[in-house]
Ligand binder design. Structure first.
Ligand SMILES: Cc1cc2nc3c(=O)[nH]c(=O)nc-3n(C[C@H](O)[C@H](O)[C@H](O)COP(=O)(O)OP(=O)(O)OC[C@H]3O[C@@H](n4cnc5c(N)ncnc54)[C@H](O)[C@@H]3O)c2cc1C
Length: 401
């Protein structure tokens, strides 16, 4: 007769619980109407089943997976800002994209918030009619060209790219750095200083214009799918290439306020991915004859990530309500961006550790997410700069300009 030993795991009280509901612990999606709930569920399914498995290799190879764009366009993800969606839906959709891939969410976030948003709000009727239809379907991709090689955090005061109006044409000259989709875009939204009045103004420059030259920045350790570029400009464009509403940096800054809030949603989506991957791994991987998930220290790490995710989600939910009421302020946007990317960084460290050696493997999803979070922490104003913006709002004293 053989004696059977019962696996330890079966003796412990446990429930089989992995579920989507832990990724929206605050149940934000219940505030969406039925149609938006169904749309969110549909796009999440596509993003998880089709996009997520298709981006790990391109991430390693620093390649952009063009073939995924039509599927994203078919889900309407190129036009969420202007299709009448609620701010909460837009935010949860951003998070769902970031959960599948942070680079794609960066591309689509810049596309919606900074390209479509700028043309919609600050463009002329002609510009809206010319550019928006193909942007909405992702047949046209835009690049947002603000940062320069010598001016990152101090871009407002330092921006050196010049624009001179002469004989009915603008001549724009300068260099830009870190420009997302700079090599693949059809249209560049270029910020340049008008030599006549010294103000920073916005221009729509088709990338086929002679004198637009972009080269990919290789070797990024995060957002490796996003094709960031150095851009050299010596272009001449018609007088009506200027965005009539983009007449000073304060206008640009207003746009950046909304896009900071959008980075908060990216931090939510990235943390959803972290929790998803780490909790799945912890349930499956056994050490000492029992799943990792049954160890107290592993549970503490998972609870830390879940707690950070819940706090991040709740904050973004409230922020989207304020946004709907037109009450998004620079303080709220900067604090959300800085705080949530800090929490995401903390979550990345905890979640990555749960995977042991696999947690530092570049071919494993968790390392990809953790590395992408470093970029979130850095762009749209670094963490420090967003804290300083918040500090200025809180004290009335600027510590950095
Ligand atoms: C992946 C990625 C994608 C990007 N995409 C785009 C894009 O599409 N379009 C675009 O225009 N730009 C883009 N950027 C640029 C981004 O916004 C800048 O990198 C960012 O603003 C920081 O500028 P910098 O890299 O020049 O750093 P710097 O400004 O040189 O800062 C270096 C360090 O010094 C700190 N620092 C600077 N000033 C102060 C101060 N006064 N007090 C305390 N600390 C300070 C910063 O916080 C940072 O830690 C992207 C950047 C990255 C990394």
């Amino acid at each position: 007769m053989t004696t059977q030993t019962t696996p330890v795991i079966q003796e412990r009280p446990h429930k089989s619980v992995p579920s989507e509901e832990h990724l929206d612990l605050m149940q934000l999606s219940r505030h969406l109407d039925d149609a938006e709930q169904a749309r969110l569920a549909g796009l999440t399914q596509h993003l998880q089943q089709t996009v997520r498995p298709a981006v790990i290799e391109p991430w390693n190879a620093e390649e952009f997976p063009d073939h995924l764009l039509p599927g994203l366009a078919a889900l309407g993800l190129g036009e969420t800002l202007v299709d009448g969606s609620s701010p909460l839906f837009q935010g949860l959709a951003h998070a769902a994209i970031a959960r599948a891939d942070v680079s794609l969410s960066a591309l689509l976030g810049i596309h919606n918030e900074l390209i479509i948003g700028t043309i919609q709000q600050l463009g002329s009727e002609d510009q809206r009619q010319r550019w928006l239809p193909r942007l909405r379907t992702l047949e046209t991709i835009g690049a947002f060209c603000l940062t320069e090689p010598e001016h990152g955090s101090d871009i407002a005061g330092g921006l050196a790219t010049s624009a001179t109006l002469s004989d009915g044409e603008w001549r724009i000259r300068g260099s830009k750095r870190w420009i997302g989709a700079g090599t693949m875009a059809d249209i560049a939204l270029v910020w340049a200083r008008d030599t006549a009045d010294g103000q920073i103004k916005g221009f729509l420059v088709p990338t086929g214009t002679p004198g637009y030259r972009a080269s990919t920045i290789h070797g990024k350790t995060g957002l490796r799918i996003m094709q960031n570029a150095d851009v050299e400009l010596d272009v001449t464009v018609p007088e009506d290439a200027i965005l009539p509403g983009a007449t000073s940096f304060s206008v640009t800054n207003h746009l950046l306020m909304s896009s900071r809030a959008w980075v908060g949603w990216q931090a939510v989506g990235a943390q959803q991915a972290l929790f998803d991957i780490a909790s799945g791994y912890a349930r499956q991987r056994e050490q000492f004859g029992t799943p990792l998930a049954s160890f107290q220290l592993i549970q503490a790490a998972l609870a830390q990530v879940a707690g950070n995710l819940a706090v991040s989600t709740a904050l973004m939910g409230e922020l989207s309500r304020l946004q709907e009421e037109g009450a998004l302020t620079m303080l709220r946007a900067s604090l959300a961006k800085a705080t949530l990317t800090r929490l995401a960084r903390e979550s990345a460290a905890a979640a990555r550790e749960i995977l042991g050696g696999n947690g530092i493997l570049s071919t494993h999803e968790i390392a990809k997410v953790a590395a992408d979070i470093e970029a979130l922490y850095t762009y749209e104003g670094t963490h420090s700069i967003n804290m300083l913006i918040a500090g200025r709002e809180l004290t009335g004293m600027s510590a950095f300009v």
